[in-house]
Design a protein around this ligand. Structure first.
Ligand code: FES
Ligand code: FE2
Length: 313
């Protein structure tokens, strides 16, 4: 049985299972290097599972991501030590034997909804992601997606999606052109989600934030968006935008419509980027900000984020 190590670092990220990479970004038969939570990681696939490890050889700290995958092991590029998916050294060429106690740090991970998820910190369990699963399954896993890196802390990116009042200003030339300010929105909260209804009497929500780093935009029964906010560091995040569409899906036109949808979503996201990046970063004193009535979802989010930080610190 493999020994997993807790992935921990900057305490601005509360404990939880975070989506960190789309499965298609992982090359076949090659290790993949990325930084998440400010920590260099190497992600690779053996014949049966995706493995997430610290990108550092325990011998003399070379980057394992520069090495190779052979026979379900990752081989360090420096002296050729090989490590299995549980992290232990199965072969050290200079001794021609295994050194089982020499271990690479391996982090708990899983693959679901076509994303690789990793456990950060010490969460008490796996949070409910059924709202995401429902969207994914109701479109039979058909979507198009793109991602963008922002110089912004993850909470600023998430709060931007919970903030509907900026549509009238930031997006006045696009999706905010005919925006009407909701007069009596309703907000609900569960242990791991924040649900916003445009009007108090609405039966279906307009957005759902799913702890820790996902968000759903419910445009209609035929079109929904899932966004994942992936923490790269204290100052950088990658935003994945998945568009699920139940119309114009016939084979010849689907890629064209996907392309157009992604272009328009990129334009909208670009409108947000400059202003969100201009916000003070994670260490800004949030208590100095004055939240308004329409910022209720942001307030709920900040409370949830803070309580999760405290719960597992
Ligand atoms: S540094 Fe990796 S085998 Fe020596
Ligand atoms: Fe926006």
């Amino acid at each position: 049985m493999s020994e997993s190590v807790t992935l921990s670092g900057f305490d601005g990220f509360p404990s939880g299972w975070y989506s960190i990479l789309h499965i298609s970004e992982l090359p076949k038969n090659k290790p993949f290097a990325c930084i998440r939570f400010g920590i260099p990681l190497v992600i690779w696939k053996d014949s049966s599972e995706v493995v997430v490890m610290e990108d550092r050889c325990p011998h003399r700290s070379a980057k394992l991501s520069l090495g190779k995958i052979c026979d379900n092991k990752i081989r360090c590029p420096f002296h050729g030590f090989e490590f299995s998916k549980d992290g232990s050294c199965t072969h050290a060429p200079e001794f021609n034997k295994a050194i089982p106690k020499l271990m690479v740090k391996k982090y708990p991970s899983r693959v679901t909804l076509d994303m690789i998820w990793v456990m950060f910190g010490n969460p008490s369990g796996v949070d409910d992601i059924s709202p995401l699963e429902n969207v994914f399954n109701s479109f039979n896993g058909n979507y198009s997606f793109f991602s963008k890196k922002w110089d912004s802390y993850i909470t600023r990116c998430i709060e931007n999606q919970l903030d509907y009042t900026h549509l009238a200003e930031v997006h006045k030339t696009t999706i905010g052109r005919n925006f009407v300010m909701p007069q009596n929105p309703r907000f609900e909260q569960t242990d791991s989600s924040i649900i916003t209804y445009q009007r108090d009497g609405d039966s279906s929500p307009s957005t759902i934030y799913v702890y820790p780093n996902s968000w759903i935009l419910n445009i209609s029964d035929k079109m929904k968006i899932i966004a994942y906010f992936v923490p790269v560091s204290q100052n950088q995040s990658i935003i994945y935008i998945f568009t699920f569409r139940g119309f114009l899906t016939a084979k010849p036109i689907k890629p064209i419509i996907d392309f157009v949808m992604n272009i328009s979503n990129k334009i909208i996201l670009k409108q947000d980027q400059k202003v969100v990046e201009s916000q003070a970063s994670w260490n800004n004193k949030l208590e100095d900000e004055v939240l308004m009535k329409h910022d209720k979802a942001i307030k709920l989010f900040r409370n949830m984020w803070k309580s999760r930080q405290q719960k597992h610190s």
